[in-house]
Ligand binder design. Structure first.
Ligand SMILES: [Zn+2]
Length: 208
């Protein structure tokens, strides 16, 4: 079955009872007012209101409809558009907040790894040479009081941050950075990610 992904849908947003106006048919003061409004939806999730509010008034005693413009307007005004009419935007906002929170947490973790380096930690660093930014992976091999010794990855990357399946850390080379320099690199966004507790699928255990 095919369904429309987008469209409008009408729902009742308020119900009132009124004992101030007289039914033109049976003259009783017993009116039921229902106010409707449409929303634009995407895949049945409301995104924003559509059109105007619309009040429907019926006598509770005899069922006669009441069409008095002023009474309708009054109740259309009183009926508030529910917040869930914006649900789609609210969900998008929450998702964005979630991403920001996750990123914040990742940043905090990376900072704490850099503050206390361990053997096996893998750093993704950005090098700028000849005005060209390249990304490289370094794997911590040894830590001393003031320096960190790394095995450098074999490849340099222009974009992206996935360790290539052909890349490995070179046991023949050791690259040294002072711990102070690493902190500074982190502050100037030269270290973009730090990995610890990774699994074998990451490829970070390939050393040659
Ligand atoms: Zn009536």
């Amino acid at each position: 079955m095919l369904i429309n992904l987008t469209g409008r849908r009408s729902v009742r947003i308020a119900t009132f009872h009124d004992a101030l106006y007289r039914c033109s048919n049976c003259h009783s003061f017993d009116l039921d007012i229902k106010v409707y409004r449409e929303f634009h939806h995407f895949s049945m999730i409301p995104f924003r209101p559509a059109g105007e509010k619309e009040a429907k008034i019926f006598c509770n005693k005899c069922g006669q409809g009441l069409r008095t413009e002023s009474v309708r307007r009054e109740y259309e005004k009183r009926a508030r558009t529910p917040v869930y009419f914006y649900l789609g935007f609210i969900l998008i906002g929450l998702a964005a907040l979630g991403v920001v929170g996750w990123q914040f947490n990742e940043d905090r973790k990376a900072n704490s790894y850099i503050a206390s380096p361990q053997n096996g930690d893998v750093y993704l660093i950005k090098d700028t040479q000849l005005n060209l930014s390249v990304m490289r992976y370094l794997r911590v091999h040894e830590v001393s009081a003031d320096s960190v010794y790394f095995y450098p990855g074999n490849l340099a990357y222009l974009l992206g941050s996935t360790f290539d399946s052909s890349d490995y850390f070179q046991l023949d080379f050791v690259e040294t950075h002072s711990r102070a320099a690493l902190k500074q690199m982190r502050d100037t966004l030269g270290i973009t990610e730090v990995f610890r507790d990774y699994d074998n699928g990451s490829g970070f255990n390939r050393l040659r």
